[in-house]
Ligand binder design. Structure first.
Ligand SMILES: [Zn+2]
Length: 275
């Protein structure tokens, strides 16, 4: 199950940054839209909105507690930035992270938002003091969509709202369900495929070992490992280069991956026999 917990920063309207636009109002809009887009793609979304806190410390405790109470693979916090005085300069978007393993994802997220909208890409920024990043116990990023005090940023944000939300949703999906072709019940699909295509392997295409299924499930979520397997197959000339393109397009299914893996091993066995 691919699931995400997402929340807008702060609590009531006016409790965050405020200039040309209000951070809280806009962050809530972004969260609503991103949550909708994720649900459309079959992702389970836990939307957390703080309507009860009266001060920032209560708010942070509330958000952290609510995020940690959810069964999810990724925590996302949506904010808008401010640099103080109003400016005509474009300032841009940035994505904050704490754990180094999130650096690449944060960088991809920031770049995707910038590319989709035209906002300046400020990139991934490691921040070790933020309560949300410190307190949540799953991979977490905090997105600063743009600056509320930049005339240029707000103009871009308002005209590219949808594009920005789509970019955020797309990167989140790539993170929690790296292979869109099998975003839900990967292994059930594999089982179904095997049953259809390989009737001679047992009577049913089911996994008989929960441990095997668990380990395979972990591999199917590991985009780097999947790419390494496909690359190895291509390098060894066991499979065609088109499989790497399929992986990048998101059209490689988990049944394909199992097939490719089998071809790679078959190739190795045959080659070993020749020596
Ligand atoms: Zn904020």
């Amino acid at each position: 199950m691919s699931s995400i917990a997402i929340s807008p920063g702060h609590f009531g309207v006016g409790s965050g940054a405020r200039d040309i636009i209000d951070e809280v109002t806009e962050a809530r809009k972004v969260v609503d839209r991103v949550a909708y887009l994720l649900q459309q793609e079959g992702i389970t979304v836990h939307k957390i909105v703080d309507d009860r806190s009266k001060k920032q410390s209560d708010n942070l405790n509330y958000l952290i507690r609510e995020h940690n109470s959810k069964n999810r693979k990724l925590d996302v916090s949506i904010h808008f930035n401010s640099s103080g005085k109003r400016t005509d300069q474009p300032l841009g978007t940035e994505v904050l992270y704490l754990n180094d393993s999130l650096q690449a994802f944060a960088a991809r997220m920031s770049q995707a938002i910038a590319k989709a909208s035209g906002l300046k890409n400020r990139g991934a920024k490691k921040r070790s003091e933020l309560a949300f990043l410190k307190g949540t116990n799953q991979p977490a990023v905090l997105i600063e969509v743009c600056f509320v005090n930049s005339v240029q940023d707000v103009k871009i944000y308002q005209s590219k709202f949808n594009e920005i939300c789509e970019a955020i949703a797309k990167e989140c999906i790539a993170y929690v369900a790296p292979n869109p072709a099998n975003k839900e019940s990967d292994l059930e699909n594999v089982e179904g495929e095997i049953q259809k295509t390989l009737p001679s392997v047992g009577t049913k295409g089911e996994f008989t070992s929960p441990e095997l299924k668990k380990r395979l499930d972990a591999i199917l979520k590991d985009q780097k490992m999947i790419e390494a397997i496909v690359r190895k197959g291509i390098d060894e000339q066991a499979i065609h280069g088109v499989w790497l393109e399929k992986l990048r397009d998101g059209t490689l299914s988990s049944a394909d991956l199992l097939g490719i893996s089998t071809l790679i091993i078959e190739h190795q066995i045959k080659n070993a026999g020749k020596k």
